[in-house]
Design a protein around this ligand. Structure first.
Ligand code: ATR
Length: 283
């Protein structure tokens, strides 16, 4: 007897450039789970309806992306502690009509750092940005017990608010950041600057202040100008593809209660990114 088709998908607006359908579908197929991972473009005015629909018996759950992570947080029935601290849900699990919200961006961000065997508790970290993405990173850095965290943002007030909430230091996003960078082991770009492939969130010359052993981590899942400049200065870099795959793997684990096939997901994500890059070069 054929098993009925299950659905899971990505709620956001827009969602059409997402790599998630490719690597999540590869994971479902590899394990023979009869589920389809779909794109669910959801304008704000139909978000309530979309969330209600997630309670149906054929729906495993969803991923949530910009701009709905905070709104979905307030619409599910229960949230995990890390989702509560982040104020954002990126994964919804439907268990018999009850919706559970989690935030797998938090472990997803830490996974590539753990993979490198970094002593997370000893790190001094500078985070660029104070939006939703930066907030998730601050939750992760607190969970990892990092020694010192500085949050730098263009709009000082937002950095200050996060600094108070997370007990970290606020800094401006300009030359005054230099002393912090001199002491940093890890620089994280959690601003939206770099997607265009042309701009940097800070003056390129500021990267000279980083110690030669520092690591530069950009949450963007492409090779950004920040990462390119960092590499030219001989610094180690990480782009956001690993975080994307690991957050997706944790979501997969929550939906299916099965071990995610990480290798399969990685390979599919790398191929999808390459295809996107080729398509954008052609257009
Ligand atoms: P997300 O949820 O992706 O974090 P967001 O909440 O809109 O999105 O936050 C975007 C972040 O990128 C903010 O830190 C923003 O700085 P402001 O708080 O000053 O707006 C930062 N950002 C966006 N464009 C920027 C730019 N051109 N220069 C510097 N920072 C920028």
């Amino acid at each position: 007897m054929a098993r009925s088709q299950l659905s899971v998908g990505l709620i956001g607006y827009p969602v059409d450039h997402s790599l998630s359908p490719v690597f999540q579908q590869a994971a479902f197929d590899a394990l023979g789970i009869p589920a389809r991972y779909e794109l669910w473009p959801t304008p704000a005015e139909v978000l309530d309806e979309r969330v209600r629909w997630l309670r149906g018996p054929e729906v495993l759950g969803a991923n949530v992306t910009v701009p709905h992570k905070a709104a979905v947080f307030t619409r599910v029935d229960q949230v995990t502690e890390r989702a509560r601290r982040a104020g954002a849900v990126n994964t919804v699990v439907n268990r018999g009509g009850v919706l559970y919200g989690d935030n797998t961006d938090v472990p997803g961000f830490l996974a590539p750092l753990r993979e490198r065997g970094l002593p997370l508790g000893e790190l001094a970290v500078v985070v660029l940005g104070a939006g939703g993405a930066a907030r998730g990173i601050l939750v992760a850095l607190a969970e990892a017990g990092c020694r010192q965290v500085t949050v730098a943002n263009r709009t000082a007030e937002r950095a200050h608010e996060l600094a108070v909430e997370f007990g970290v230091v606020a800094a401006p996003l300009d030359q005054r950041l230099e002393p912090c960078l001199r002491r940093a082991d890890l620089l994280v770009n959690a601003t939206s600057v770099g997607w265009d492939g042309a701009s940097l969130p800070i003056d390129a010359a500021l990267l000279d202040a980083l110690p030669a052993t520092a690591l530069v981590y950009d949450l963007t899942y492409r090779d950004t100008p920040l990462l390119q400049v960092a590499r030219r200065r001989g610094l180690a870099t990480i782009d956001g593809l690993g975080m994307l795959v690991y957050q997706g793997a944790e979501s997969f684990r929550l939906w299916t209660s099965q071990e995610p096939p990480l290798e399969v997901m990685w390979r599919a994500a790398l191929a999808a990114r390459q295809a996107h890059e080729q398509a954008s070069r052609r257009s």
